[in-house]
Design a protein around this ligand. Structure first.
Ligand code: ACO
Length: 337
């Protein structure tokens, strides 16, 4: 029996023009193309030029998603959700400015901060608003500008992260339509909040008399510790969302996991018992773009004609917080812009 559901209606992406290859990084860091490719799968990433912020990338991707969904009238969008860990400013949220620059008028607009799981959390937020009838169409954007937060002397983070944005338009539809989002599983473990952290941002560091050091503004990640949590939580969350949707694993045509590390994606596939052929990978080209990684991977796979109308997709993500989140949908045949 069909029920109200959020349905994917448009997809758009944007990455900065500047490409930074692994070899480029070896000029300033004690690293090598071989290490980066073997340990992560990443071959290049895009970094924003100085002066470019997250809203700039979000607006570009948002425009394209609106075009892909053939949304012309600003009033057609009832809610904008921007998933980001790198907002333009601490206050205000980035979403209202993005809404204004996209010509969306006085639409409701908010940021979602859930690290690399932000896009799936934002999809769940948008989906709930659509199903509850609070909006007919929602624009969801995952956008990140990590470059300014990367310590140029820290080879453990500088080689991993890239900048970019991916956006989708969701419309209110029904569960039997191609493109319907059919289930979510979200979770967190805040006892591990210090595994991925920018220590100098926010009220915690400002609540003390300790002067902030310039390096406190940089992202710190205990990658070795994060790795097993990423695999375990994405596997558990994937199983949970499949149970919600009533799908078996062998019915899933494509697994679109957070693009942090090829070894994590293949370990996830092994743990789930999924053929690696069904795992979508895009991080080779863009690195870890955090909240932008899933829509960027979706658009890349769609542009390569990898998805067929009605294919079953499992999205699963993991990030700072720690947070994790999964979603299932059928593919609507959308052409990304
Ligand atoms: N080049 C060369 N050597 C390096 C580099 C580098 N860029 N980085 C680390 N190394 C060295 C280390 O110093 C270490 O040397 P040692 O053995 O002499 O101590 C060795 O390589 C191995 O280091 P590990 O940290 O154990 O390397 P690992 O195989 O774990 O790979 C990585 C590191 C890629 C970060 C991996 O742990 C990972 O992907 N972790 C998960 C990241 C993730 O999913 N984050 C969540 C999302 S982030 C967010 O939400 C914002």
């Amino acid at each position: 029996m069909s029920a109200p559901a959020a349905v994917l209606a448009g997809l758009g992406t944007h990455v900065p023009r500047r490409v930074v290859t692994n070899d480029d990084l070896t000029r300033s860091l004690d690293t090598s193309d071989e290490w980066i490719v073997q340990r992560t799968g990443i071959r290049q990433r895009h970094w924003s030029d100085p002066g470019v912020a997250t809203s700039d990338l979000a607006v570009e991707a948002g425009h394209r998603a609106l075009k892909s969904a053939q949304v012309d009238a600003p009033g057609d969008i009832g809610l904008l959700v921007v998933a980001t860990s790198t907002p333009d400013r601490q206050v205000p949220a980035t979403a209202p400015e993005v809404a204004a620059r996209l010509g969306l008028g006085t639409v409701a607009a908010l940021d979602v901060g859930a690290g690399c799981s932000g896009f799936v959390y934002a999809l769940a937020t948008a989906s709930a608003a659509l199903v509850a009838g609070h909006a007919e169409r929602v624009l969801v954007i995952g956008a990140e500008t990590f470059r300014p937060y990367l310590d140029p002397a820290d080879r453990t983070t500088a080689v991993i992260f890239g900048d970019g944005a991916g956006a989708v338009v969701l419309r209110r539809g029904t569960t039997d339509e191609a493109g319907a989002l059919l289930g979510f599983d979200l979770g967190s473990d805040g006892t591990l909040h210090d595994l991925v952290v920018i220590p100098g941002n926010g009220s915690r560091p400002r609540s003390t008399d300790r002067a902030l050091a310039p390096e406190d503004q940089y992202l710190r990640m205990n990658g070795r510790e994060v790795f097993p949590h990423a695999v375990r939580r994405m596997a558990q969350s994937s199983s949970a969302v499949l149970a919600t949707a009533g799908w078996d694993l062998d019915q899933v045509d494509h697994v679109v996991g957070h693009q942090a590390n090829l070894r994590i994606l293949y370990a996830l596939a092994r743990q789930l018992g999924v053929d690696p052929e069904r795992v979508v990978t895009h991080l080779e080209q863009v690195g870890n773009t955090s909240a932008a990684s899933i829509p960027l991977a979706l658009a890349d796979a769609a542009a390569q004609d990898r998805f067929r109308l009605g294919d079953r997709l499992l999205l699963t993500s993991f990030g700072a917080g720690l947070t994790w989140g999964s979603a299932v949908l059928t593919w609507p045949g959308t052409t990304p812009a």
